[in-house]
Write a protein that binds this ligand. Sequence first.
Ligand code: ADQ
Length: 483
Amino acid sequence: MGKTIIISNRLPIQLQIHNGGITAVPSVGGLATGMKSVHSGGDSLWIGWSGLTDEDIPEELAGDIDEALAKHGSSKVKLTIKEVDGFYYGFSNRTIWPLFHYFLEYSEFELESWEIYKNVNQKFADAIVEKANEDDTIWVHDYQLMLVPQMVKEKLPNISIGFFLHIPFPSFEIFRTLPWREEILKGLLGSDLIGFHTYDYERHFLSSVRRILGLEVSFNDIYLENRIIKVDSFPMGIDYKKFSDAAKEHQQRSPENQSELQQRLNKHKKSTPDAKFLLSIDRLDYSKGIAKRLNAFEYFLKKYPQYKEKVRLIILAVPSRSNVPQYQLLKKEIDELVGRINGEFSTVSWTPIWYFYRSMPFENLIDLYTSCDIAWLTPIRDGMNLVAKEFIATRTDKTGVLILSEMAGSANEMNESLLINPNNFEQIADTIKQAINMPIEEQQERNNVLQKRLARYNVEKWANDFMTSLKNQKEKSHSYVSR
Ligand code: ADQ
């Protein structure tokens, strides 16, 4: 049996040049976090962009870079600044990302960035063809690489190709506005299996295939020339054990071995034992609803003033796509909102919002997950949202309340959490109050069910299900051809 080739825009590590040497830092984000445990498991190669452009790399370091990547089972696709601009910041994040998250008004349709997107997808496809044998299995990830399956299929018609989309697939009415809708669908249909997080995204995709390409679709099979392409939903899980073990280890630490952040959190908990910590963690992205969440928090403090000095909101936002104007504007809006709300409500002994704008090491994520009382996640649209699952996995004593937007893909599997509509401030304020007052037994009952489900359907199971389905599909397609 051949190897598995994982292909995504970003590699599991990002390279940086410091003082003339190379350093590797783990990538942040759902895909990188989730696939890492799959990649470390078996015979696999991960192809992607290193995070450095051709212009960043001095000639004398080129060899070191390949070596650093090889150590992590990875191989790079070389990109220039212009390519990263047009392909990543341009078409991927100024056209597809907003459109697929229903932010139609943010979506830009520029021919030049589309052309660069096509060329860069070809580069990724060529890198696969160079490294692949016909018995390998290719797993292509996400919206940056939607043309790759077709480009690889053209060169290696018998190779098995799976594609997984980590973001929502929008309804036909939204998708049809894209000038290059046919090319994108045809690109994806080079795959043998196309996976989505939820049944809804799967139906939206099938409806676009039927209505835009006019292809025959039977249940979740698409018939194209002499091939059958399967479309299915695979809700992505987390490395549950990693999070629950880290939380257990964390709780056994003596105070002097705790992180500085944990010591500070402890100090505040001790000085205000009745106060509740609300936590939200996201990449700084408009789809995550951070600004709306801040406004809703202000609304809550006004509606229920008895909770002043009794709640504290910790917002952790990881910097993301800061070259895209919408993200710069959002950063400004959030900075202002935090300043305004803190200015309006703070007292000598209480600051309602603690705001961190940075990436944090894993250990500090665990500090936050385990120290807060309520995780409050309000994306306006989110393919899945792994933070919700990670929070639940770290609650070793099963206490804690999750308030989750019903617009997150993960809401489908997390019915025992408190689900809210992120646009309904009235409902949000009441739900925060309900969370603050939820009896411990009820918290434990809800989390017990959630934990069992998340432990069972973890990231390994997700990847295995996808790979097994891809293998079966290939066999089914073969017997269809030879009929
Ligand atoms: P993301 O939009 O990046 O992923 P999410 O699923 O929440 O969103 O994953 C974020 C990951 O980054 C989590 O694993 C979290 O632990 C980590 N993280 C967040 N903030 C951090 C910080 N400040 N420091 C360090 N780590 C941090 C995309 C889609 C999602 C989908 C995933 C996986 O947008 O909808 O769930 O892919 O498919």
